[in-house]
Design a protein around this ligand. Structure first.
Ligand code: 3H9
Length: 699
């Protein structure tokens, strides 16, 4: 049963019941139509209420059905709404908690709407790369006005029901219930009060005009152009709403349907739908049930008051969790606290943070030079220098002072968490929490699961991540975990491209045109080229055969560490971040090519993009195969939230599936023939070969 039918006196109540959010899947749609037929056939029924069970009126069309036959199967949402509009007896929507997408469109088809306060009302389809496809663009402007409707449709953002209900002249809600608790009763009373009204009011019959007509829509188009960038849907939303003001209702509806279907098949929409599910799936760990008991996290300790330690601390302060920062020297503590204050003050200045909130957050912060002061912390995160010897000292001290059951986390970005855990007598309590810089801004948190990490530690850290508003992705232990292990292959290709004839700006431009927030060389300058240098030096000992371009080492030998030294792959003017192509660097690259006896060749943008992205994909496939990531969506989330991979491409693994894994393997085989490249890096991962041969995509 996905829609229940009950009669209360003379009122029939159809309750959508399709957890978790009463998505309008086929069975629910059928249930509503059946309920309407029953109610219309029953002479004792005078009016009908449609509502939703549990925590939603309806979250809209069932997104899981998209791309399957079920989404189009009759009764489709249009037919359901037609059945509602054509009901001979009044239909009242009793709306609460969540009323979104197709759910709102269904409500707009009802003759009347009673709303509960606190309900999130939205047409969020644009966030899935589509537009409302069941009349939302035609009916919403008729009840809340063209501008308000277009704002909601183009942004997809929810608006609280009581805000809409309070706007004079709005026709979305015929009545606002006093509270969510009284909604059912008030909706029944309202339905009884309109039982005899004829003709029944229909939103489609309301007028729809904008006083400035063309000028307004031109303005809207210009606004949308700037913000929509790589996504076609927002501009189509404007077209559809404009049609509501210019065409007959039925024509507008048909036009909206056409736009909806076209958008549904765009790669951008597929990417956003993938992202929707990948984001939610990332928080689920296959062998850690969602009801795993969690440890209580009341107080957090952070070791290290540097850039990372400070940023990490701010996350917890922002969430109202007290933090004690430990350092070895008072000056370092003072510097760290001053940086935190500076960050908050900048937010206050921009009006993003209120003075009293700032004061509250700072009041939660304490500092210490003694490990003893961390003994009442429930979670202690180490953010000290990235060197195993240093981690050993820290974890041995933590083991000596931390209370039993405290979670001991390392912010290491590459080191072996199992080795770190072995410095303690409680490896089950040790986990990696790899934040990305700036840690108070970046969404991504890699949660590194050691071989002995306890399940309740993982469950707790995932819950904490949600509390501090991070997208947490679980990674197994390997060098660099998911993100940095893959980026090394990407950087390796970027270096080879310089050796073969590219300039840093050509490589950056090509990949930025593909949609990356920043190319590898601008990124290196921002993060600090010395970080990669240190890793390469370590690698040179561990994997002496690994082939890579020496240009990055030569750059560092010139002291060009990036923005922090005013020079890196690019030149920088004092106090500015604009990357200016550098003659010195280009000369260094040319000279290096001469030492390799390489005649530079013209490399196409397509080759640049494929080599950089497919290098990520191949390593991603190995990570998946080894079980370091449990699903390909997790790898995509890491790249979308931590590495500036273009959202409209859906992440490297999704993008590869879109290109076709067979084509990806073919390209890799081609690249392996290039004598300047590292052929071993292009041996396709067995999983990739298998899926390509089977004509499948990454799961
Ligand atoms: C549409 O309506 C098209 C029409 O215009 C035209 C049709 C012809 N379907 O976010 P949460 C699942 S397009 C299926 O963690 P919250 C979600 O996957 C649709 N499943 O919870 C998750 O499952 P799981 C327009 C859905 O409380 C669970 O619900 N509507 C849907 O933080 C909990 O989700 C939207 O775009 C759905 N429509 O937030 C609404 N919605 O537990 C998108 C959710 O297995 N949804 N699920 O991981 C949201 O914005 C939020 O989920 C919502 C709840 C605010 C509803």
């Amino acid at each position: 049963m996905t829609a229940e039918y009950k009669v209360h006196g003379s009122i029939a109540v159809i309750t959508m019941s399709n957890p978790p959010v009463n998505g309008l899947g086929l069975a629910t749609r059928q249930g509503i139509v059946d309920g309407l037929q029953r109610a219309n056939a029953d002479a004792a029924v005078k009016a009908i209420v449609i509502t939703g069970a549990g925590g939603a009126f309806s979250g809209g069309a069932d997104i899981k059905e998209f791309g399957t036959d079920k989404s189009m199967q009759e009764p489709n949402l249009h037919s359901v709404i037609n059945a509602v509009e054509n009901s001979g007896k009044p239909v009242v929507a009793a709306i609460h908690t969540v009323c979104m997408g197709g759910g709102l469109e269904l409500a707009l088809g009802c003759h009347y709407r009673v709303g509960a306060p606190g309900c999130q009302v939205a047409l969020p389809e644009v966030k899935l790369g589509i537009l409302p496809g069941a009349g939302g663009t035609q009916r919403l402007p008729r009840v809340v006005g063209v501008e308000a409707a277009l704002n909601m449709i183009v942004s997809g953002e929810p608006v609280k029901s009581e805000m809409i209900g309070a706007v004079p002249g709005q026709k979305l809600f015929d009545k606002m219930a006093a509270s969510p608790e009284t909604l059912a009763e008030e909706a029944l009373a309202f339905a009884a009060s309109v039982a005899d009204v004829r003709p029944l009011p229909l939103v489609r019959n309301l007028p729809c005009k904008h006083p400035e007509g063309d000028a307004y829509f031109q303005f809207a188009r210009n606004m949308v152009k700037g913000m929509a960038k790589n996504f076609p849907a927002p501009a189509k939303c404007v077209d559809a709403v404009e049609a509501a003001t210019k065409r007959k209702f039925a024509d507008g509806l048909a036009y909206e349907r056409e736009l909806f279907i076209n958008l549904m098949w765009t790669p951008e929409s597929r990417a956003l739908r993938h992202l929707f599910f990948a984001e939610r799936a990332a928080s689920k760990i296959p062998d850690v049930p969602s009801d795993t008991p969690k440890r209580d996290i009341q107080k957090v300790g952070v070791i290290g008051a540097g850039t990372m330690g400070g940023g990490i601390s701010m996350n917890f302060l922002n969430a109202g969790i007290p933090v004690t920062i430990l350092e070895t020297k008072q000056e370092a503590l003072d510097r760290g606290v001053a940086t935190i204050k500076k960050n908050y003050e900048a937010q206050v200045k921009k009006g993003k943070l209120k003075e009293d909130k700032y004061a509250q957050r700072m009041a939660l912060l304490s500092t210490t030079l003694s490990y003893d002061d961390l003994k009442d912390c429930d979670l202690i995160i180490e953010a000290v220098f990235e060197e195993m010897g240093v981690k050993e000292v820290v974890f041995k001290q933590l083991d000596a002072v931390a209370k039993p059951g405290a979670i001991l986390a390392s912010n290491t970005s590459t080191l072996d968490v199992d080795k770190i855990a072995a410095f303690t007598k409680r490896p089950q309590d040790v986990v990696g929490m790899h934040f990305f810089s700036p840690a108070n801004v970046m969404k991504l948190l890699e949660v590194v699961r050691g071989k002995e990490t306890a399940k309740d530690v993982l469950a707790t850290v995932m819950a904490v991540a949600k509390k501090i508003k991070k997208t947490a992705v679980v990674s197994g232990v390997c060098d660099g975990f998911i993100g940095n292990r893959m980026i090394e292959r990407y950087s390796q290709q970027a270096g080879f491209l310089l050796d073969e004839g590219c300039t840093p700006q050509q490589v950056d431009k090509a990949i930025e045109k593909f949609g990356f927030a920043m190319g590898p060389f601008r990124m290196g300058d921002l993060a600090g080229n010395d970080i990669g240098w240190a890793i390469r030096k370590r690698r040179a000992v561990e994997q002496p055969d690994m082939k890579y371009s020496k240009t990055a080492d030569l750059l560092c030998e010139m002291g060009r560490f990036g923005q922090k030294t005013g020079a890196g792959w690019y030149d920088y003017q004092a106090g500015k971040r604009d990357a200016i192509p550098s003659d010195v660097v280009n000369k260094m690259i040319e000279e290096h090519r001469k030492t390799l006896s390489v005649a530079p060749r013209k490399v196409s943008d397509e080759e640049i993009v494929q080599r950089l992205v497919f290098a990520l994909v191949n390593e991603g496939a190995k990570i998946l195969e080894e079980g370091i990531a449990s699903k390909s969506g997790d790898i995509d989330m890491v790249y979308l939230t931590g590495y500036g991979f273009p959202i409209h491409r859906g992440g490297p693994m999704h993008y590869a599936s879109e290109v076709g894994l067979f084509n990806v393997v073919q390209a890799m085989n081609r690249f392996a023939q290039n004598p300047m490249d590292d052929a071993s890096a292009w041996t396709p991962a067995p999983l990739l070969v298998k899926l390509a041969a089977e004509g499948k995509a990454f799961q």
